[in-house]
Write a protein that binds this ligand. Structure first.
Ligand code: ZN
Length: 253
């Protein structure tokens, strides 16, 4: 399973889509803008195995702000939203207030709709992301993707009931492995974050997300079989939330 993939952005997306449909039990295809979501849904249709969600990536907040209303109306029809969130890194922080406006609107609307499952970007902004989640109780379920913040923000997120999607690129770094070691094992799912995430220069493919079971087994000090079973059970639980259409009511969100 792969819970965070920009499948539409691989150079040969159609081919990757066909292969992923064949090899991967469940792929969450996150999009970066409401228009991209509409276009992608036409060429790479959602299926039992491929879940596509509308999103508005914080890195393009300044360019796509005008599509916010479109996102809010798309959200009415889908239980998942992503990619959304904040990016406080030097390259994007000049639009941080705008990013916050967008993310707040998404959270507020999730509350109104009875809860949504969100795939969240939190680079250099975990403190603000968690603060906004806290301020919008009833927003649903947060899946923090490629979490790279401090151990203290991680334990805060853990206490708040957040999920984490973890990919091969994250586990290639010592800091990523250290953080993964502290994640709640019953709320971790695999992701590829392809084609952006790369390992040894090559984009991670959706069917490679599952390889995190090997590294997580080492990090958690358990058998590989056990980590595979854990990740699959978590993935089934999360995909069930995504499949539900009448709001997401989960404790801890
Ligand atoms: Zn992403």
């Amino acid at each position: 399973m792969d819970f965070h993939c920009h499948l539409d952005l691989y150079p040969d997306a159609r081919k990757v889509y066909v292969e992923a449909s064949d090899r991967v039990e469940f792929v969450w295809l996150v999009t970066t803008s409401p228009r991209a979501f509409a276009a992608t849904s036409k060429v790479l249709p959602a299926s039992e195995r491929i879940f596509i969600s509308p999103g508005l990536h914080p890195e393009v907040a300044d360019k796509k702000f005008g599509e916010l209303e479109m996102l809010l109306s798309q959200m009415e029809l889908y239980s998942g939203v992503g990619e959304v969130g904040l990016d406080g890194s030097s390259r994007y922080k000049q639009h941080f207030e705008l990013q916050k406006n967008i993310f707040q609107s998404v959270l507020q609307h999730s509350v109104t709709l009875g809860g949504r499952v969100l795939s969240i970007h939190s680079r250099s902004s975990a403190k603000e992301v968690l603060g906004l989640l806290e301020a919008h109780s009833g927003f649903g379920v947060a899946v923090l993707h490629w979490f790279t913040d401090s151990p203290s923000q991680l334990s805060r997120a853990k206490e708040m009931g957040c999920w984490f999607s973890v990919g091969p690129a994250m586990l290639a770094s010592a800091n990523g492995r250290r953080l993964a070691g502290q994640m709640p094992r019953d709320r971790v799912v695999p992701e590829s974050d392809g084609p952006f995430a790369k390992v040894r220069g090559a984009s991670v493919m959706p069917w490679e997300a599952a390889t995190v079971a090997v590294k997580l087994a080492e990090i958690w000090g358990i058998q590989r079989k056990e980590s595979e079973l854990l990740l699959r059970a978590n993935g089934l639980r999360l995909s069930r939330y995504l499949a539900s259409s009448d709001g997401i009511h989960v404790s801890g969100g």
